[in-house]
Design a protein around this ligand. Structure first.
Ligand SMILES: [Zn+2]
Ligand SMILES: [Zn+2]
Length: 346
């Protein structure tokens, strides 16, 4: 079968032919309908060899939707042809956090060498993929796989980040979304669906700000050196109750800290390598700073329920599997508006 692989440190991803996978005991084989292209792949592919936590070559794709093609021995409860989304942050399934469905915070994944598909295990950017356990699959029913696939990360990750700050997102509150790409443009929609907060979006091009406005941002501000002052002006000099940084680069985390309100939340989601110093006097009193990771299985089910209710619409551009390297190139160059999705069997 064809697969999109990151094969050598510093090289661009390549489309290669690999053996067709077969499901072992307890595993599920999916025929992949759609696989999302995420900016974090580009970050990972820029890391030096000693920072890459998995062996190469690696089949990419940590956002996947497919149909059940075959069940390994002992798997019940799924039928061939079922349309399912893959919950990506695989854990041990046994520790106390996994028991709560928070496999993204599994206590033993590292020790046991359990890695997410596309970020260690073979991912969704192939004609077929192996899913280690049926508990990682959430049926999507009649949802469009192409529109739904990115909800497994670009939906789930912002949902998890927003949900923990919901007590602060009361009517009259302000939320700032920095970076309105794959995750950010979904975050704006989730904020509008889940809260009555005012949403201020920041990004670096007018095209991206247009998308931010189209998906529900009340204000859209060009992310430059004047952005923090503009946000302060828009919030009457008080700053935002919740700041979600989907870039996480040094300049954006600085902006995030500069626009936080007293007792606000700053949440750094993007893996752009930025760090925000926390200590008395560095930020407004009571500001919390956190860097969450992905989301829980239950939260994925909640995001898919929002999709069923029509509350979230991922803006996608589609590519064949042979065009996957081009999709990564366009994403790297900031040319993708919304999310790029690969159709491995399309
Ligand atoms: Zn991702
Ligand atoms: Zn666990």
């Amino acid at each position: 079968m064809k697969a999109v692989q990151y094969r050598a440190v510093g090289e661009a991803p390549e489309v290669v032919t690999v053996p067709d996978p077969e499901p072992g005991p307890g595993q599920v084989l999916l025929k992949v309908t759609a696989a999302g292209v995420c900016h974090s792949d580009i970050a990972v592919m820029s890391w030096p060899a000693d920072q890459i936590p998995f062996p190469l070559p690696l089949t990419l794709g940590h956002e996947g939707v497919g149909t059940v093609a075959a069940l390994g021995d002992g798997v019940h409860g799924l039928s061939a042809g079922d349309s399912v989304a893959v919950y990506g942050p695989w854990g041990c399934g046994i520790c106390v956090n996994c028991a709560e469905g928070k496999e993204n915070y599994c206590l033993r994944a590292k020790e046991l060498g359990i890695m997410p598909p596309g970020l260690g295990a073979p991912g969704a950017m192939a004609e077929y993929m192996i899913v280690d356990d049926p508990r990682h699959l959430v049926p999507i029913g009649d949802l469009d796989p192409v529109k739904t696939v990115s909800l497994t990360d670009a939906g789930l990750t912002p949902y998890h980040a927003i949900k923990r700050s919901l007590p602060k997102l009361v009517p009259g509150a302000t939320a700032v979304v920095i970076g309105t790409g794959g995750l950010g443009h979904v975050a704006i929609q989730l904020l509008r669906a889940m809260t009555a907060a005012r949403v201020i979006a920041l990004d670096v091009t007018e095209e991206k700000l247009d998308l931010a406005r189209a998906v529900g941002a009340h204000e859209a501000v060009l992310s430059d050196e004047k952005a923090a002052a503009r946000v302060m002006e828009l919030t009457g000099g008080l700053g935002a109750h919740v700041v979600l940084d989907f870039v996480g680069a040094p300049p954006t985390v600085e902006t995030a800290g500069a626009v936080a309100r007293v007792d606000g939340d700053v949440t750094i989601v993007g893996i752009g390598g930025g760090a925000l110093p926390v200590g008395f006097g560095t930020l407004p009193y009571g500001t919390s700073v956190s860097a969450p990771y992905w989301g829980s299985r239950k939260e994925l089910a909640e995001v898919l329920d929002l999709a069923h209710a029509g509350a979230v619409d991922v803006h996608v551009e589609t590519y064949s599997i042979d065009e996957a390297p081009l999709a990564y190139e366009r994403l790297h160059d900031g040319k993708v508006n919304g999310r790029a999705v690969i159709l491995p069997n399309g």
